[in-house]
Design a protein around this ligand. Sequence first.
Ligand SMILES: C[S@@+](CC[C@H](N)C(=O)[O-])C[C@H]1O[C@@H](n2cnc3c(N)ncnc32)[C@H](O)[C@@H]1O
Length: 388
Amino acid sequence: MSLNSLPEPDADARAHSARLTEVIRERIAAAGGWIDFADYMRAALYEPGLGYYSAGAHKFGARGDFVTAPELSPLFSRCVAGQCAQVLAATGGDTVLELGAGTGRMAADMLLEFERLGHIPSQYCVLETSADLRARQQATLASLPAELADRVRWLDRLPESPLRGVIVGNEVADALPVQRFVAHRGTVFELGVSEKDGVFADAARPADTELANFVSSLQVGDDDAYCSERNRQLGAWVASLSDALAAGMIMLFDYGFSRREYYLPERRSGTLRCYYRHRAHENPYFWPGLQDITAWVDFTALAEAAMSAELAVAGYTTQAQFLLAAGIEDHVAQAYTGDLKGQVELANGLRKLILPGEMGDAIKVMALTRNETNVPDGFDGRDMCAGL
Ligand SMILES: C[S@@+](CC[C@H](N)C(=O)[O-])C[C@H]1O[C@@H](n2cnc3c(N)ncnc32)[C@H](O)[C@@H]1O
């Protein structure tokens, strides 16, 4: 896609982006002219008061830049809540912790479903890094009946005393900063960021031994350059989630695939994508702070990190298989009101959630368990753990 065809931001948004650009420019200068891509991505998305997630960009839904499953349809969150309720019942757990709760839509719909099931957790905790989104979540959840809204607590960090229950995140791992690399004829370079006249650009430098060894093991990058990315902080992130779980399950939904599929020789330009007003493109330097930047998740790396943190990799499947096994069709039947407009919305949501060309196959879900917790029945469909 030509970046010229993307809509021009208004003057306030351009000024906002210029402020963030200046912060990053100074950081690059202080570092001697080069920063690694993860540092750039962290600033572009999470710089306090300026990053895409930290500041006031609309982000989600028709007026924003992208749509997530819980924003598309309440059917998604109803299925997830049913699965969480099974784990809470089996472990005697009392807590659900949602990571990166976006607008709060998923929390609201899950709490309503817990109420319908007669299984409201004692606490529904939210860990959100963005102050802007935390305020939006508070506004969304304020519309719930008091007995549900009162269960919600916002955390500033993961709980120090490990919880019994479920930690759940939708599209959080694919929003974590990644490192980029290029392999060409046996040499591996790390792709960082440099700056000239306020314009950022990719800048390659020789990879350190750890990155070079990782890329060599992939056997990619012959006569044609091979560019991709890797989440170096995934291990530490999963270890911190593991420390927060005494018993129960961590359930993560994300765009991604196994390492073998991730680093297919023909996937020469990686999975990094940027979203601006519902247009996807590949330039992470376009209007810093005004667009989302995301990279798909290497679920093999996620599984390895989980096993190192003494979690069991208990389930891995596609979003479509998960939702079907979790009874999404029953939820459609229950939601039927006879109202034509409502029915069309429900059907559209269902289609986007489960069809292969939409989110159905591209999004995967992984269940990581502690203390022999059985996975709920959403993982009874197609188990893909053997392909990791
Ligand atoms: C792509 S959005 C998904 C939001 C929501 N889960 C949904 O599906 O609509 C990513 C979310 O993760 C949050 N986030 C990013 N890094 C995080 C972290 N380390 N811990 C918790 N939340 C994080 C962002 O602020 C944002 O709310």
